[in-house]
Design a binder for this molecule. Structure first.
Ligand code: AMP
Ligand code: MN
Ligand code: MN
Ligand code: MN
Length: 275
């Protein structure tokens, strides 16, 4: 059984509509999917009208927070879509996204004497949910960056002028929001934070102390040795293990839907917790 519990649609920075995403997931033999857009549950608004019966859908999202000056992402799975606690948290996140985008753009405009227009970027979004990828795309389209990766490397990634992660609520607030919405908090793509083993353990422990229950032991294609090392820490801390591609678009074979292999046998799968 393939559980892809971390994917994106065009309601955040993914390229596919929900219908296209589900169709592609079926092509790649995914049995259970969660569409985990950044700080929004909009993907679930009309999902029932698609009448999907051959793929199981777990309502979820990916929330932005930080830990020790690093931007951290926490996936919430099995979320109650009617939760008012989550609705309140998402209103906060939407405000932060908007203010942050304005701040990033104004910093870039003044440092590099550019004329990036927030309203132009915003008006091209399906639901107004703006993120750095949309700014990156604008920089490419306006020949300010050579390509998407260059836009991140020069202007938007960690420690660059367009990185303002301090604006997000603390990890404890985010995890509490997920739990109050009946969900399970999963630490997303732990290897992306480029932490030493000691720091990673510290992050996992604090995540657990805040009520976090699972870690993405498999996040897209990764080395078996990395998977086993992660599984060992996760088992040692008695946490559940999750799996996901972090799919955003086609032509990214390292993050294709469902293509990440299986969890080591000694892991406790997070899906055993779904009711
Ligand atoms: P945001 O939600 O605005 O903080 O943007 C985060 C998203 O930008 C991530 O989910 C990735 O899709 C993308 N991203 C973040 N860092 C990088 C990077 N260094 N290179 C390429 N894409 C990135
Ligand atoms: Mn993304
Ligand atoms: Mn992420
Ligand atoms: Mn993601």
């Amino acid at each position: 059984m393939i559980y892809d519990l971390h994917t994106h649609s065009h309601f955040s920075d993914g390229k596919l509509s929900v219908a296209q995403l589900l169709e592609r997931a079926k092509q790649f033999q995914v049995d259970t999917i969660s569409i985990t857009d950044h700080d929004t549950l909009d993907a679930y608004e009309n999902i029932e009208s698609l009448n999907q019966t051959d793929i199981k859908i777990i309502p979820g999202l990916e929330l932005s927070t930080y830990w020790k000056k690093i931007g951290i992402h926490i996936v919430g799975l099995n979320i109650d879509l009617k939760s008012t606690a989550m609705e309140t948290l998402l209103r906060t996140q939407a405000n932060i996204r908007e203010q942050r985008a304005i701040k990033i753009i104004s910093r870039l405009n003044s440092k590099y004497q550019l004329n990036i227009e927030y309203n132009v970027i915003k008006s091209n979004l399906v639901n107004g949910n703006i993120g750095r990828p949309h700014i990156a795309q604008y920089l490419v389209e306006h020949n300010i960056a050579k390509n998407y990766q260059h836009a991140f490397d020069k202007y938007l990634s960690n420690k660059k002028i367009g990185d303002c992660k301090f604006d997000w609520p603390a990890m404890s607030v985010i995890i509490e929001g997920i739990i109050n919405a009946g969900g399970i908090a999963v630490l997303a793509h732990p290897l992306k934070y480029k932490l030493t083993r000691t720091k990673l353990l510290e992050l996992f422990q604090e995540f657990k102390d805040c009520g976090g229950q699972a870690i993405e032991v498999l996040s897209g294609k990764q080395h078996a040795s990395q998977t086993q090392a992660l599984a060992n820490i996760v088992n040692q801390l008695n946490l559940f293990a999750s799996t996901g591609s972090d799919f955003h678009q086609a032509n990214t074979p390292w993050a294709e839907l469902g293509q990440f292999g299986s969890l080591p046998d000694d892991c406790k799968p997070v899906w055993d917790q779904f009711n």
